[in-house]
Design a binder for this molecule. Structure first.
Ligand SMILES: Cc1ncc(COP(=O)(O)O)c(C=O)c1O
Length: 371
């Protein structure tokens, strides 16, 4: 019966998600509370108290959610001063990424991805049997604009996925570079999942965002999420500003009840109290600085400067895989490790609370890299 499968799926690698908290805890012989979870760029402070209260009061969970997420999209329009027609919401930014491919990609169409970057782009492109045009970044993770232009000329991709700032290194291409990409003849999906953490972005990242350009450009999508700064990763809710032609196409093909009642309400209440996120952003930016500086002092690590809520570090000695495993087994500290091109021997550490950084630093100081 396996022959019934679409052939390209047979050889496709599965996405490797982070494992659930309780499963990892059991495997490590620890309680979930004793773990220091720095592997998925989540917000250690969780949602705002007003959101927790709204969720506790939630009515109508026996009814299907609003398929148009009207209250939430109205709140987005008010928050960002754009017409509501530009906004779509999804079960995480991930769902919006997929919806974009669903309406654009026939098998064999090209998708442009400057790598290394968020693995979801290539994963979804493979699901849709797209041709992936991978343009490696410079060693410092900056974009090679000329190489991207050349790739567009040769391969005629329909869409470019750019995480801005980028996961997993945390760099943000300068605004001129991001805007220059908009002159290319393709759809630019600017994934601003971490924009709130950008230093030059003002209190909540807005000054660094390209969101205000969406109504002026036919080829720009800006994606955002409530998973990171709003602390709602478990509820799955993201949003994006889309050009009208694309939003209309996506309305036709999206699952009607894609965002749950709880997720819509939690996201709406977050926007209502958006100012209250400012101290959370400040705390995480401060802790990022502290983490980065402390990692610079660890002799076997070379951290990269970050504009996000995580820091990537390359090991100058020892193995990143061994470090990740030792941190988990001996200390209950979870980080991500990478070995893919451009990320050889790297670990990515999410910014946690000060006490999480303390525990991590103590463990890193004890660790002995073996050649
Ligand atoms: C660059 C980037 N975009 C999008 C996402 C996913 O966001 P969501 O949880 O809203 O699906 C992530 C999550 O790690 C990410 O790193």
């Amino acid at each position: 019966m396996q022959a019934l499968l679409r052939p390209h799926l047979a050889s496709m690698p599965a996405y490797e998600p982070v494992e659930p908290y309780d499963v990892l805890a059991r495997r490590l012989g620890r309680t979930p509370e004793s773990l220091v979870k720095l592997d998925a760029n989540e917000n250690p402070y969780g949602p705002l108290p007003q959101v927790r209260e709204a969720l506790a009061r939630l009515q109508h969970v026996h009814r299907y959610p609003d398929p148009e997420s009207r209250a939430l999209r109205d709140a987005l329009a008010r928050t960002f001063h754009l017409p509501v027609e530009h906004f779509l919401v999804g079960a995480g930014a991930d769902e919006l990424l997929e919806l974009i491919l669903r309406v654009l990609i026939d098998p064999g169409d090209a998708v442009l991805i400057p790598t290394p970057t968020f693995g979801m782009y290539a994963f979804l492109a493979r699901v849709y049997a797209a041709r992936i045009i991978d343009v490696p970044r410079n060693p410092d993770f900056s974009l090679r604009l000329d190489a991207l232009r050349e790739a567009v000329r040769i391969h005629r991709p329909k869409v470019l996925f750019l995480a801005a700032p980028n996961n997993p290194d945390g760099s943000l291409p300068p605004r001129e570079v991001r805007e220059a990409l908009l002159d290319l003849p393709l759809l630019v999906v600017m994934d601003e999942a971490y924009i709130e953490f950008v230093d030059e972005g003002g209190p909540l990242g807005d000054a660094a965002s390209l969101l205000p350009l969406v109504p002026k450009r036919e080829n720009l999508v800006v994606l955002r999420t409530f998973s990171k700064i709003a602390g709602l990763a478990g509820l799955r809710v993201g949003y994006g500003a889309f050009p009208q032609w694309l939003a209309q196409a996506i309305w036709k093909v999206k699952q009607p009840y894609n965002v749950s009642v709880a997720a819509q309400e939690a996201a709406r209440v977050t926007l209502q109290h958006r100012e209250d996120l400012i101290p959370v952003v400040e705390r995480l930016r401060t802790e990022r600085q502290r983490l980065y500086r402390a990692l610079q002092e660890i002799p076997y690590l070379e951290p990269y400067p970050s504009q996000t809520n995580f820091v990537l570090a390359r090991l100058k000695q020892g193995s990143a895989r061994a470090l990740k495993e030792d941190l988990a087994r001996q200390h209950g500290i979870l980080v991500r490790y990478f070995a893919s091109p451009g990320l050889e021997n790297c670990v990515r550490i999410s910014v946690g609370r000060p006490q999480d950084t303390d525990r991590l630093l103590e463990a890193l100081q004890q660790w002995e890299p073996h050649a």
